[in-house]
Design a protein around this ligand. Sequence first.
Ligand SMILES: Cc1ncc(COP(=O)(O)O)c(C=O)c1O
Length: 429
Amino acid sequence: MREYRVNEQGHLVFGGCDTVELAREYGTPLYAVDEGYIVERCREIRNTFTDKYLNTRAAFASKALQTLDVIRIVTREGMYLDTVSGGEIYAALKAGTDPSKILFHGNNKTEGEILYAVRNNIGRFVVDNEYELDMLEKACSELGRVQKIQLRITPGVDSHTHSKINTGRLDSKFGISLEPENRDRIIRKAMKSEHLDLMGFHFHVGSQLQSNEDHLMALEILLDLVREVRGNLGLEVKELNLGGGFGVRYVDGEEDTRVSDFTEPMMDAIRAFCVEEKMAMPVIYIEPGRWVVANAGITLYTVGSIKEIPGMKTYVAVDGGMPDNPRYILYEAEYEAVVANKAGLPADKTVSIVGKCCESGDIVVEQTNLTGKVESGDVLCVFTTGAYNYTMASNYNRLPRPAMVLLREGEHRLSVRRETWEDLVAREL
Ligand SMILES: Cc1ncc(COP(=O)(O)O)c(C=O)c1O
């Protein structure tokens, strides 16, 4: 979470706005997203990466937070866009994204998605496996197109993060394993195709990483691969994509990493490698998602029932829960929270903040410190919900998905309207 400010009324201020006023005006649960913070993060990426080094690109991993507004904010700030489905590409195009700046990921792209992406001139396919390579080749030959691709490899690095967001280890559904016979067959096939232009390779080791160790290990493996395929297969590697995964601070004890913590040592290693191998420096991509938006977002709830179990636990229930934030039930993710209308009071009581769904696992924040003066009707703020909340939301128990407001230096506007009960049955025939 970020440092926060409290105004004279004792209310939490976020993005320059009184959060209690936001809850009153737009209702709860409410996602509030600070546009100014997203812009700051994009600019830090520019200053320390894309403007610092020649031929570098940063693609926002839009799965972290995809709305038309957010796409427009990040692309205006010079970011490319990482997408992972036809739906994400559709939204990217609808938001006006230059298709040549879209990367298309995914371990099981459908034929329909492949055709849609090729027809729309998507800049890069990050090809995950041979099945996709064959389908893409067929689609491009039917459409008479040449598609630029990167091949996603599985570096076999068991990253230091939760198993469900660890994507680079050998036992992973993602990417091409580097067993020589397997990888060479696929690379050769891509090189031979008249309709595919193999630009280079991609890895993504995992998410919410607090140190650069795993990236550096994966890079070493990637550079070994580059050396071998140049020597053995004569492939000229023009692009390397180093994925995302840069960690942010959710709770005390975690680091808000700097992108340069990851990119600087990797760029040094790549440069040294290119000098040694007498090879032109490839174009380098990164794909941060969480790092750009996690701390741009908060969720505001209204406190309802409070259940005290003497000597055991206090449950503070809010008007949302796992449908708007499934990260506890997925990863036992931790958050910090504050009572927004009593933000100046000391956090002197340990409670569990829970949702309103019929699931005991419907926990928003397990065992956190809040003010003991918390009461029904209070506005509760959960911090650092900008990434993987809105995009992972569901309608479990027929809860309508929250609205989203965009904040900028004290100004606010509705960006996504709240779902209605009517919306919930709108597709049912
Ligand atoms: C291929 C790829 N790139 C980038 C990301 C973004 O990761 P993060 O949000 O941790 O930066 C992901 C996340 O799952 C991913 O799978």
